[in-house]
Design a protein around this ligand. Structure first.
Ligand code: C2E
Ligand code: MG
Ligand code: MG
Ligand code: MG
Length: 284
């Protein structure tokens, strides 16, 4: 009764404040059970090189395959997980799932493809983060180079010295650091020069209007040029049509993600895409 189905997702809250609070508690509790029951699964969205149209890696995006409620998307539980601190446990679990996936590919004789994992600012600030990662690399026996980490700007803005040190330790292991959702918040271009990162993911908000809005196009060009000058790679998020892609190519953007190439897909569908070459020549 407190849950209402809405479109593809689920609405956990109703208008009653009291039940909202109770519900938040319930959700936090069922998140823990969800991990125990292994209900969190990863979907994967390809990252594509604009020049070659080849898949250069994938992003892992968590879904909660709930026994009763069905598939639940991140917007429904990540904010609650962040608020309750459960996100640290969840992200550690997801990092392990990603490493196990790489291990599985190697065991099956497949060439592993780089998986990027979204890491919450909370986990980045947690002392156990690097030891956990090291333990997972040790137990799965995978090369850290096969994993990338996506962080958002706010993660690196507070307690700069601590976070920069963490990022540098990760990079020294060969893990690539991606700055997610760039431009969405209070980003400043000059800030890019100090960050120990490898790639900038330009937020979908700029891509959305790139064909119609000159200001957004100019900002996009500035981000791409600045990043390139600083030896950072760039990826455009949320590319949905060919016009956007053509324009991004003109602006010298190197790579993209978006529904145009593929939505995030299950592991089975990803493997069809990367190992059975189903998508080859699908676009352009
Ligand atoms: P994000 O990391 O910026 O991921 C991109 C989101 O945009 C994904 O939504 C993806 O499905 C969606 N997307 C990709 N291409 C397109 C497109 O062309 N059009 C549109 N309309 N959407 C597109 P999703 O999977 O619902 O994830 C939402 C957010 O939840 C992620 O944003 C990320 O911030 C967070 N998230 C997802 N998985 C994890 C995780 O394992 N850990 C943490 N801490 N956060 C996660
Ligand atoms: Mg991301
Ligand atoms: Mg993003
Ligand atoms: Mg985003």
């Amino acid at each position: 009764k407190t849950k209402e189905k809405q479109g593809n997702g689920y609405q956990f809250y109703n208008d009653n404040m009291h039940s909202q609070i109770k519900n938040k508690f319930d959700i936090a509790e069922s998140l823990i059970i969800g991990i125990q029951k292994d209900e969190f699964i990863l979907h994967y969205q390809p990252k594509v090189d604009i020049m070659t149209n080849q898949i250069i890696g994938v992003e892992a995006l968590v879904r909660w395959n709930h026994t009763k409620k069905g598939m639940i998307y991140p917007n429904e539980f990540i904010p609650i997980a962040e608020e309750t601190g459960f996100i640290k446990t969840l992200d550690k679990h997801i990092l392990k799932l990603a490493c196990l996936q790489i291990r599985d590919w190697i065991d099956r004789g497949k060439e592993p493809i780089n998986i990027s994992v979204n890491v919450s600012p909370k986990l980045l600030h947690e002392e156990s983060f690097i030891p956990h990662l090291e333990a997972v690399f040790e137990s799965t026996k995978i090369d850290p180079k096969d994993i990338s980490i996506e962080i958002i700007e706010t993660a690196a803005m507070e307690d700069k010295e601590y976070v920069y040190n963490v990022l540098n330790i990760l990079r020294s292991k060969g893990i690539k650091i991606l700055l997610d959702d760039f431009g969405k918040g209070y980003s400043s271009l000059s800030y890019l020069k100090d960050l120990p990162i490898d790639k900038v993911k330009i937020d979908k908000v700029f891509v959305d209007e790139i064909c119609f809005n000159n200001v957004n196009r100019t900002i996009m060009k500035a981000i791409i040029d600045m990043s390139t000058a600083l030896n950072l790679k760039v990826l455009a998020e949320g590319v949905e049509n060919v016009d956007q892609l053509n324009l991004l190519e003109e602006l010298d953007c190197q790579s993209y993600q978006g529904y145009l190439y593929s939505k995030p897909v299950s592991i089975e569908n990803l493997e069809k895409m990367i190992y059975e070459d189903e998508k080859k020549g699908a676009i352009i």
